[in-house]
Design a protein around this ligand. Sequence first.
Ligand SMILES: [Zn+2]
Length: 161
Amino acid sequence: MKCPFCNKDEDHVLDSRVVRDGLAVRRRRECSACKKRFTTYEYVERIPLMIVKNDGQRESFDREKLISGIALACTKRPVSMATIEKIVSEIENEIADEYKLEIESKELGERVLIKLIDLDQVAYVRFASVYRRFQNINEFAQAMRNIDEVQRNQLSKQKVK
Ligand SMILES: [Zn+2]
């Protein structure tokens, strides 16, 4: 970190503490050249993610909205809120790792489905029917076939063991 007084890039950290309810780390630094002290703050980078809806309109990603959508699909299913939070965090991290600034709502839905299909198949079908807005019985049947496939894969994995 460049010293704001002498511009030299040689400092050491005297003290480091978590502040603002864990949202930031404050570091007290001392310039090794001029011995003056300065403070830096470190935050997690939050890149605003935009969702492109089916009609082409954009809206900012709403974590709470996605969580409540998944929670609705998991009604009366053995899936805890902590698990749902974890799914959403995983998806957020995946998207951040890909440096995406926007994502189609369809793709976001598919990413949730990939997580749900292994977790709870009833929740999977419920979420799929809302997200994909099944137009006809064939699409619904396809979702059921996907579940069959996962079950078969799980069975064959068990056999290998
Ligand atoms: Zn300095």
